[in-house]
Design a binder for this molecule. Sequence first.
Ligand SMILES: [Zn+2]
Ligand SMILES: [Zn+2]
Length: 167
Amino acid sequence: MIIIINKDVQATMEQQSLALQRIKDQLYEANYKLTPQREATVQVLLENEKDHLSAEEIYMLVKLKTPDIGLATVYRTLEMLTELSILDKVNFNDGLARYDMRKEGAKHFHHHLLCLECGNIDEIEEDLLGEVEKIVENRYFFKVTDHRLTFHGICQACQTKTSDSNK
Ligand SMILES: [Zn+2]
Ligand SMILES: [Zn+2]
């Protein structure tokens, strides 16, 4: 059998194994071990980095890799990763807590664009808020360490759909 892996897939796999190694190191420094269950959970998170999964969704995917894992273990792993700032917990319109990987070296959490028509969530890596933070610090004497920003609106695809149907 010949397995052909295209370059993009290969690059993504390399990135994921680098990220996995980085998380392993972070856990080790905090005196945690990357048990097989934790590793399976982290792998699911890396494979679905852009997806903002809920704990239940993560659990369903981890179960495919490690069938004997329990929801409580997945929850505890997610809490541990959140405490170590590897993950961020985010809330969008549906009231469900979702988990999001913090990008390597990112000083701030990335921003989100939430489409109110199709529910799609895009990410913005640019910080954009440096000036705003300065104003907050100077005017309110509040030391800003991070921020969450979600723009609500209509994504490009939905805008195109609407203008097409108006023709
Ligand atoms: Zn995100
Ligand atoms: Zn949309």
